[in-house]
Design a protein around this ligand. Structure first.
Ligand SMILES: Cc1ncc(COP(=O)(O)O)c(C=O)c1O
Length: 391
């Protein structure tokens, strides 16, 4: 039996494939340090685990609404009002199976074959793949190191056509760790203000920013509020990757098709998880868990950036968000693939090739510093050795 044509251009995640290779090497007895997965090394905070256990005991074990119960959706609205200065109503929120399914829901709800979607290059690769499943035409705007990974507005303007239906924004960005400035976001707003274009804003890292920088949502720009669909979730800031828990916040006029479609994609999340999600958001300030993790990431970030920029063949911009350093390896003379292979084989340090996030990532590798300080220090010693071996 042949698979459906909509899967013709879909490939497995290279992050997962590269991680599997590392698993294999580890199984063969090699000592490895992994900076491959975008997964916090912290455990889910206890107050959230307790809330989930209690919810099971309290019999939150029945079907949930396709968009999640009111208390969960209200908790999302309260969070956005409190932390992001944005007012939403509960009937603008839909629960999803992680931010990944949120992206699937949003793109497959609005993109028809032949529609055009503009995505960042580089970016976490689900957007390109899901757009491919929709049969949409993907155009890409480059986020370049020499522009501090900000959007080149002229370039973006040149990509707009009558068929453009959606622009994806990811800030803080995976793999870059960059955060778009308010001015940059305002320039995007100016560009699309008279066009019927949706902004899909991936905000999964919005709580993880540094040096006093705050992530601005496109919805914070008044003219974009009615155009912006927000994707967010619990994986990163709450260390809940395995819970598979996220949400969409949509302008009211776009809610109905998303809700309708959500009913057929996953038909609602487990009720006890949704209850725990409401507690996670409502009580977070009481425990300060996000801030503790953020502060720890910040310490690792500063250490890693300083070490990298002290080496001859490697360099990086100081990331302002997420937990990634996008390390420039162009001075090594190797391609990203060659470098990743060389580093893992000779030094046991596993990183991800920049080009698996888009062509602009060639010449870079992504280092996830959501790993222990001990591993980061050890890997820096190994990176120094590698740097010296290159001459
Ligand atoms: C930018 C971005 N969006 C979405 C996701 C998916 O997150 P989730 O675990 O919530 O599905 C990730 C995960 O790495 C990501 O980096």
């Amino acid at each position: 039996m042949k698979k459906a044509h909509r899967l013709d251009n879909i490939t497995f995640s290279r992050i997962r494939m590269q991680s599997k290779l590392v698993d294999q090497m580890e199984a063969e007895g090699k000592d490895m340090i992994r900076f491959t997965w975008g997964e916090p090394d912290f455990m889910t905070p206890d107050y959230i685990k307790e809330a989930a256990k209690k919810a099971i005991d309290d019999n939150f074990t029945k079907y949930s609404d396709y968009c999640g119960p009111l208390n969960f959706r209200k908790a999302v609205c309260d969070k956005y009002e409190r932390e992001n200065g944005l007012r939403f109503e509960p009937d603008q929120v839909i629960s999803t199976v992680g931010a990944a399914q949120a992206a699937y829901l949003v793109l497959t709800t609005f993109l028809d074959p032949g529609d055009e979607i503009i995505i960042p290059n580089p970016v976490f690769n689900i957007y390109k793949m899901i757009a491919g499943i929709c049969g949409a035409v993907v155009r890409e705007y480059a986020l370049k190191e020499e522009n501090e990974f900000q959007i080149d507005i002229e370039e973006l303007e040149g990509l707009l056509t009558k068929k453009t239906k959606m622009i994806v924004i990811c800030s803080p960005n995976n793999p870059l760790g960059s955060v778009l400035t308010r001015e940059n976001m305002e320039a995007v707003a100016e560009l699309v203000k008279d066009r019927d274009i949706l902004i899909c804003s991936d905000e999964i890292y919005e709580r993880l920013t540094y040096d006093g920088v705050q992530a601005v949502s496109p919805a914070n720009i008044p003219s974009l509020y009615e155009k912006t669909i927000i994707i967010n979730g619990f994986s990163k800031a709450f260390a809940m990757t395995g819970w598979r828990f996220g949400y969409v916040i949509t302008p009211k006029h776009l809610w109905e098709p998303l809700y309708l479609h959500a009913g057929f994609q996953v038909s609602g999340l487990p009720s006890f998880i949704l209850e725990a999600g409401a507690v996670a958001l409502n009580d977070e300030a009481k425990y300060g868990t996000v801030e503790k993790m953020r502060a720890s990431f910040d310490e690792r970030r500063k250490y890693l950036v300083k070490e990298i920029n002290a080496m001859k063949h490697f360099s990086c911009l100081t990331p302002k968000g997420a937990f990634y350093v996008f390390m420039n390896i162009k001075k090594t003379g190797m391609t990203s693939d060659e470098f990743v292979d060389w580093l893992v084989q000779n030094y046991g340090v596993a990183v991800i090739t920049g080009n698996c996030f888009g062509s602009e990532g060639e010449g870079f590798v992504r280092i996830s510093y959501a790993s222990s300080m001990e591993d980061i220090q050890k890997s820096c010693r190994l990176l120094h050795e590698a740097d010296q071996a290159l001459g």
